[in-house]
Design a binder for this molecule. Structure first.
Ligand code: WTA
Length: 649
């Protein structure tokens, strides 16, 4: 377990015995309906709910009977007040171009874009797929969809053809919104080219709307393709009435990796999700009207959905949004942006911190970081030494850290310190306590509660408003994966797929995934998804993928591959397989190594022993291998991996 002592850190005098947080939490757990009804009042509803919660067949329906619109809550209600000219986004492109976007201008563009979509036949219930970089047109597109009651599915722009085609066709998206390209470390990534290839597998897509960003020249198909700027000019309406939708109307479906080859599509509701993301942002970051909030993540992931777009806008905050890489053109970029924009609350991933730490403390030292008040992290466990660096070098021992544990499925933060309620003594590497309304527990493989100090599986015992409604078009999998793990447990336990331990003071420590999901630079990737892609290559007979520890990215995929009989294991085939994975899933999935082996370590019943391969790859003890069918297979993997390590480190 990570070091839990705070003795190396001076305890800020603001840290006091935990009282208020416990009271608020206890009340929320004892009177959940009253508590969550109160929270929902921060939104504007066309009609208030009749019932706060209906819990049936492991599906939660929140605020039943309530009617609202997410775009109205993020825009209309602000432009009616002094916030009209408040800055919504301070945006910066990687090449250094800047845009300052007020609520009024965002409102204008969202209305126009809603009109464009409407003219293309998009309405309540029509799916739109978004494959966009971090440019202001992305939140504009999301809000325009929400305005029409059209659910969207967003595909991270670091994903490639296969991932995009699969997600757009599974939702039967009729329109795709994209950009010609994006800047990444000074180079153009051709997004439109990927969309053009992916749509050949998406028969339902009628139109592609392309934002001009990199102007590198892309192929546009007559009749199907539309330039965003031309469509905006030609929009027929300047105001589109927000579509009043039921609280449980789908806001979006965001696919995420799981333990099978097919990604899962958590389906997110409108009223519960919006309430939950707003409340959790207030609790974990104590956000105030005058804050400059920078959630440095990509909107293509849930972190950006919830905390770059919906919660900050619904709360009327000013956010920083950045297109590019954190260390481009030099490792001072991120810190400079904090100074220039006067960021007060900064939220990012341990991977990004580890990347920037590597360049030395002289880079943050060049910028004045005095504006910072609270720091946050998300996506993977934060190493205590990285936590301390963040606390000392960036926060100057003044800024508490909110280490927020949550998932795509949860919609918002679940376990995190909550300076917005009460600042508690922090421990480097612990996400601290559950937020109000959240009732997590650590259990064994039968769902039996474990005592403090014992590592087990993290489960959640009560529904919360941000939770997924189901998996899109796959309720059976929703039931199986999340709810049927512990058939003999006394109550419904939501399975998170994470290991955790609670220490003797009640603090939660998150210890990584317990299933076959990797966290590569904080991005979720299923090992089976990668194996499936490798096996789809004509040369491959069998593949096994595991995560290897990585100093910066946390984990990277390493593959063992058995080739088909008669195929030679050459370096060029190795490279071809790496590129194959890259082009189907995307650059984030590129294997760190592919090892050709003749046999895979298997149990006598024929199951690949991934655990054994993982131990070899991480250079750890093998543990129990008595069920192994052929010990020579282990020897071969060991030899291959060690030879690779000797060559490449
Ligand atoms: C991991 C990201 C430790 C965890 C918001 C979870 C974390 C998965 C933390 C979800 C944290 C997220 N400490 N681990 N603070 N936050 N995780 O769906 O394994 O991309 O299950 O959502 O990230 O990843 P996802």
């Amino acid at each position: 377990m990570a070091d839990s002592s705070l003795s190396a850190l001076p305890i800020d005098e603001r840290f006091k015995p935990i009282q208020k947080l416990k009271e608020v939490w206890k009340n929320s757990i004892e009177n959940p309906e009253e508590f969550w009804a109160d929270q929902a009042k921060q939104l504007d509803w066309y009609k208030t709910w009749d019932n706060v919660l209906e819990w049936k067949d492991r599906h939660a329906r929140w605020y039943i009977g309530g009617v609202l619109n997410a775009s109205y809550n993020c825009l209309d209600r602000h432009v009616k007040t002094w916030r009209r000219n408040k800055v919504a986004y301070i945006w910066e492109g990687e090449p250094g171009d800047k845009r300052v976007i007020t609520y009024a201008s965002l409102y204008r563009d969202v209305n126009r874009f809603a009109s464009v979509l409407k003219d293309l036949g998009v309405g309540k219930g029509t799916f739109v797929a978004l494959y966009m970089p971090m440019i202001p047109e992305l939140p504009i597109a999301m809000l325009a969809c929400a305005r029409l009651g059209a659910p969207f599915t967003q595909v991270y722009s670091g994903f490639s053809i296969g991932a995009l085609a699969e997600r757009a066709s599974h939702t039967e998206a009729e329109v795709i919104v994209t950009a010609d390209g994006v800047w990444r470390r000074g180079k153009v990534i051709d997004l439109k080219g990927i969309v053009n290839k992916a749509v050949t597998q998406c028969p339902k897509v009628r139109n592609i709307i392309t934002v001009e960003r990199t102007k590198h020249g892309v192929e546009m198909a007559e009749g199907r393709d539309i330039w965003y700027h031309e469509a905006m000019k030609a929009a027929t309406e300047r105001y589109v009435e927000p579509e009043p939708v039921e609280a449980d109307h789908i806001l979006y479906v965001l696919y995420t990796s799981g333990t099978t080859a097919k990604p899962k599509g958590p389906q997110v509701c409108t009223g519960g999700y919006l309430t939950y993301t707003c409340s959790t942002l207030k609790w974990a970051f104590d956000v105030k009207e005058e804050d400059v909030w920078w959630c440095f993540a990509d909107i293509g992931w849930v972190t950006g959905h919830s905390y770059i777009v919906f919660a900050p806008l619904a709360l009327g905050l000013t956010s920083v949004m950045y297109e590019g890489a954190p260390e481009y053109p030099d490792p001072g970029r991120t810190w400079r942006m904090i100074e220039e924009k006067g960021v007060t609350k900064f939220y990012t991933s341990p991977t990004l911190l580890r990347l920037l730490i590597k360049y030395g403390d002289e880079w943050p030292a060049k910028s004045n970081l005095d504006s910072l008040e609270i720091l946050g992290t998300v996506g993977e466990p934060i190493n205590p030494e990285v936590w301390r660096w963040y606390y000392k070098v960036i926060g100057k021992e003044r800024c508490p850290i909110s280490d927020t544990w949550w998932q795509t499925e949860t919609g918002g933060f679940m376990i995190s310190s909550a300076p917005g309620i009460e600042l508690v003594p922090l421990k480097a590497g612990s996400a601290t306590f559950p937020l109000p309304g959240i009732d997590p527990a650590v259990v064994d493989e039968h769902g039996v509660l474990l005592p403090e100090g014992e590592k087990g599986y993290l489960v959640i015992r009560k529904p919360w408003p941000g939770m997924l409604m189901t998996l899109y078009k796959d309720d059976e999998r929703y039931q199986d994966y999340y709810w049927n793990r512990y058939p003999n447990a006394k109550e419904d336990l939501f399975y998170t797929g994470d290991y955790a331990v609670q220490d003797n003071e009640g603090y939660f420590w998150l210890l990584g995934r317990s299933d076959d999901v990797l966290k590569v630079a904080g991005h979720r990737l299923g090992t089976i998804e990668l194996e499936d892609v490798l096996v789809s290559h004509p040369a491959v007979a069998e593949a096994s993928v595991v995560g290897r520890k990585d100093e910066i990215k946390g984990e990277v995929p390493v593959c063992c591959v058995v080739l088909k009989v008669g195929i030679e294991p050459t370096p060029s085939l190795n490279e071809e397989l790496r590129l194959h994975v890259r082009s189907v899933i995307g650059p984030i999935a590129t294997p760190a190594a592919i090892h050709f082996v003749r046999n895979m370590p298997k149990t006598r019943s024929g199951k690949i022993m991934r655990r054994v391969i993982k131990s070899i790859v991480d250079g750890e003890a093998l543990g129990d291998i008595t069920t192994l069918e052929d010990p020579s297979a282990v020897e071969e993997v060991k030899r291959t991996v060690e030879a690779f390590r000797a060559l490449y480190g």
